[in-house]
Design a protein around this ligand. Structure first.
Ligand code: FAD
Length: 245
C-alpha cells in the first residue's frame, strides 16, 4: 500500500509478457507460505485478482471497450482527448501531488504502484469526469506491464462501471490518500521536482523523458489544483445523483 516503498513483486511485466506463469508464482508463494512468510498470502490474493480479470475477459469480452454495466452508457463522461483536464492528468500537472507523482512515475519507469493506479483512475473518471477509456488507452501506451484484462478491469473498477466496482459515492480523496500512504513525503519527493532545492534524479528524469513539445521544465512553478479534491467530489456526486439511469 505504500508507493514510496519497494514492497511489491514487480512481476506484472513478466506475467504480462508470458515470461513466467501464474502457476509458477502460485506454487512459489505456497512454498513461502509454508515457510511462514506472511506476505505470501497477500501475494496469492493479488494473483487471484489477475485470474478474475481473465475470467471476466473470457466470459464478457466487451469489458475491453464497453461499460460492463450498460446502464453507465448514459453517464456524461467527457471523451475529449485534447481537453485541458485530460492533458493535465496525462502530463502530471494536475496540481494534486499524489496524481502527479504517480503519472510521472508511469512516464519515467513504465510502471505505477497499484495504490497510484487506483487513485489516478478515480481522479480522472470522477473528479475530472473523463471517460475511463481515455485513461485505459494512456495506460496501454505507457505501461511495460500492460495487460488487457487487468487494465480494463482496473479502469472499470475505479470508474464504477465494472463488476464488483468501487461504488460511485466512494470517491477517493487524493489529498487524504497521500497523507495516509506517503506520510514521510518520500514518494512525492521522488517524483515532483518543483519546489525542491535539490530534487533527486528520479524527479528530474521526468523532464528529460517527456517530449520537448510538452514544454515542461523543473523550473516551472508547480500548478494550483485544476480541480480540487473537494470540488471534484461534489461534481462527481452531483452528476451521479442527477444521472438519468
Ligand atoms: C486502473 C488500473 C489499471 C491496471 N492496469 C494493469 C495492467 O495493465 N497490467 C497489470 O498487470 N496490472 C494492472 N493493474 C493491476 C495492478 O495495479 C498491477 O498488477 C500491480 O500494480 C503490478 O505490480 P506488481 O507486479 O509489483 O504486483 P504484486 O502486488 O506483487 O502482485 C502480484 C501479481 O498479481 C497481479 N495483480 C496484482 N494486483 C492486481 C490487480 N488489482 N488486478 C489484477 N492483477 C493484479 C499482477 O499480475 C501482479 O504482478 C491495474 C490496476 C488498476 C487500478
Amino acid at each position: 500500500d505504500i508507493p514510496g516503498e519497494d514492497g511489491t513483486s514487480k512481476l506484472a511485466e513478466n506475467l504480462a509478457l508470458g515470461e513466467i506463469t501464474p502457476a509458477q508464482c502460485w506454487h512459489a508463494a505456497q512454498a513461502e507460505w509454508e515457510r511462514g512468510n506472511p506476505g505470501a498470502e497477500i501475494f496469492r490474493k493479488e494473483l487471484v485478482w489477475r485470474e478474475f480479470a481473465y475470467h471476466l475477459l473470457h466470459h464478457t469480452p466487451q469489458i475491453l471497450t464497453q461499460n460492463w454495466k450498460p446502464d453507465w452508457d448514459a453517464f456524461p463522461w467527457s471523451e475529449d482527448a485534447s481537453s485541458a483536464k485530460f492533458t493535465a492528468w496525462k502530463t502530471g500537472r494536475t496540481g494534486l501531488e499524489f496524481i502527479d507523482a504517480a503519472m510521472r512515475e508511469l512516464y519515467v519507469t513504465g510502471t505505477m504502484h497499484n495504490r497510484g493506479r487506483m487513485i489516478v483512475a478515480s481522479y480522472l473518471t470522477k473528479h475530472l469526469m473523463t471517460h475511463w477509456r481515455l485513461g485505459q488507452a494512456w495506460f496501454e501506451d505507457c505501461l511495460i506491464d500492460w495487460d488487457p484484462a487487468s487494465n480494463a478491469m482496473g479502469w472499470q473498477w475505479a470508474a464504477g462501471s465494472g463488476p464488483d466496482a468501487a461504488p460511485y459515492f466512494r470517491v477517493f480523496n487524493p489529498e487524504t490518500q497521500i497523507e495516509k500512504f506517503d506520510p514521510d513525503r518520500r514518494y512525492r519527493k521522488m517524483w515532483i521536482a518543483e519546489g525542491q532545492a535539490n530534487p533527486p534524479p528520479s524527479a528530474q528524469q521526468y523532464f528529460e523523458a517527456v517530449p520537448r513539445s510538452w514544454g515542461l521544465s523543473a523550473q516551472n512553478a508547480y500548478p494550483a489544483p485544476i480541480v480540487s479534491a473537494k470540488d471534484g467530489r461534489d461534481i462527481a456526486l452531483s452528476s451521479y445523483k442527477t444521472r438519468d439511469f
